[in-house]
Design a protein around this ligand. Structure first.
Ligand SMILES: [Zn+2]
Length: 107
C-alpha cells in the first residue's frame, strides 16, 4: 500500500518517508496533493502543457521565488509539481515519457 506524508506531500512504498524519514504516513487517498517531480524552469512549461493536455490538474511551486531569480537568473529556478493522488500514476508516466533519463540536468 502506498503511504502519504502530509509534511512532504510525498507518496512512498517504503516504511519511511524518503524525504523526512517520518513513519507516520497515512494511506494515500484520491484528493491528497502529492509531490510529482521537480524540474528546471525551462522544462516546467512543457510539463505543465502536457499535464493540461491530459486533463491532469496540477500545482506548481517555484523553489526560489521571484526575489532570488532576479539576482541569479531564471535558469537556476526549479519548479516543484504537485498533483492529486488519483492522477499521480498517470502523471508519473507522463514525466517518464517526457524525461526518460529521470532528469533533464547534466547534458
Ligand atoms: Zn515526509
Amino acid at each position: 500500500m502506498e503511504l502519504y506524508c502530509k509534511d512532504c506531500k510525498f507518496v512512498y512504498e517504503a516504511p519511511r518517508c524518503p524525504s523526512c524519514g517520518s513513519k507516520h504516513g497515512t494511506p494515500a487517498r484520491g484528493g491528497d496533493l502529492c509531490f510529482l517531480t521537480e524540474k528546471e524552469q525551462i522544462w516546467s512549461g512543457m510539463l505543465s502543457d502536457v499535464l493540461e493536455q491530459n486533463g491532469i490538474a496540477h500545482i506548481r511551486k517555484n523553489l526560489l521565488g521571484a526575489g532570488l531569480t532576479v539576482s541569479i537568473g531564471l535558469g537556476f529556478e526549479r519548479v516543484s509539481f504537485f498533483v492529486e493522488y488519483k492522477d499521480l500514476a498517470r502523471a508519473r508516466e507522463i514525466v517518464e515519457e517526457l524525461f526518460p533519463d529521470g532528469d533533464a540536468d547534466g547534458q
